[in-house]
Design a protein around this ligand. Structure first.
Ligand code: SAH
Length: 257
């Protein structure tokens, strides 16, 4: 893996106060901060994890953003699924190289890039053209062209049906996932997995009723809580702030007839 930054790379600049900036390196480019200018040319050819100073003496570290950093900093159309839920989704839906996934809607592409990076082949149904375009651009920015050939976004309403058959997974992040359950029951292969991310527990309960009506087994609904700890000398305690709530994850497997 190349450890040196090249033109076109995304770099995360972190200042003394832990403020984070996502910068795309352009020859001759400049990043303007509160504490002076950082020349992109100084970063191009320098190693991941290096320290540098701006024109007015501000100090920065430059890192290649992780997928989690990128999701939090990338341009958004729709609200994204956060890293704390993206990781567990990979486990619950058992995403691995080669699985064929239908994802709807694609929104800003946070879940898409997570699935693609785990090796999945992703077909996205997204009702809004502008969001689909944003998702493609974000996937390209994070993963590059090589991953885009496994990513196919169609502008369409998934409530109206799914054309694909023999899918391994159907992953849903939209307001009424229960409307997709009858379509998913036909589009998934036997043993396939369906999963929905829903901000509200009422949505999760309605989704669960639909799962039961359409031959899905082993349903489970859960939420992921993530609490950071503050560790500084003798002050060792949970962080004062935490992300209290994002969404519920509900998943199940399709049974044979
Ligand atoms: N999971 C995405 C965010 C999805 S936001 C991410 O991580 O970035 C929800 C998306 O569902 C929106 O983009 C919205 O336009 C889309 N959507 C809503 N209803 C839909 C439908 N019936 N068919 C397809 N997409 C739909």
């Amino acid at each position: 893996m190349n450890n040196l930054f090249e033109a076109g790379d995304r770099v995360l600049l972190v200042d003394r106060k832990d403020r984070r900036y996502l910068v795309t390196l352009v020859p001759g480019g400049e990043f303007h901060s509160h504490t002076g200018v950082v020349d992109h040319d100084e970063l191009i050819g320098s190693p991941d994890g290096g320290r540098l100073r701006s024109s007015r003496g501000g100090s920065f570290v430059a890192f290649r953003p992780t997928l989690g950093d990128f999701v939090l900093k990338m341009p958004r159309g729709a609200q994204v699924i956060y890293p704390k839920d993206l990781g567990p989704i990979l486990m619950l839906a058992d995403i691995r190289p080669g699985v064929r996934v239908l994802e709807s809607g694609v929104g800003s592409g946070a879940l898409s890039m997570t699935l693609l990076r785990a090796g999945a082949q992703v077909i996205g149904y997204e009702i809004r053209e502008d969001f689909a375009e944003r998702a493609r651009r974000n996937v390209d920015a994070m993963l590059g062209d090589e991953e885009l050939h496994r990513y196919d976004v169609e502008i369409r309403d998934v409530y109206g049906g799914i054309d694909e058959t023999d899918l391994d997974r159907v992953l849903l992040d939209l307001p009424e996932p229960w409307q997709v359950v009858p379509h998913a029951a036909k589009a998934l292969r036997q043993g396939g997995i369906i999963l929905a991310y829903t901000p509200s527990i009422v949505q999760a309960a309605t989704f669960r009723e639909a799962l039961e009506e359409h031959g899905f087994a082993f349903p489970e609904t859960l939420e992921v809580t993530h609490r950071s700890w503050h560790i500084e000398g003798a002050a060792v305690r949970p962080a004062h702030r935490m992300v209290g709530h994002t969404g519920f994850l509900s998943h199940a497997r399709l049974l044979g007839p």
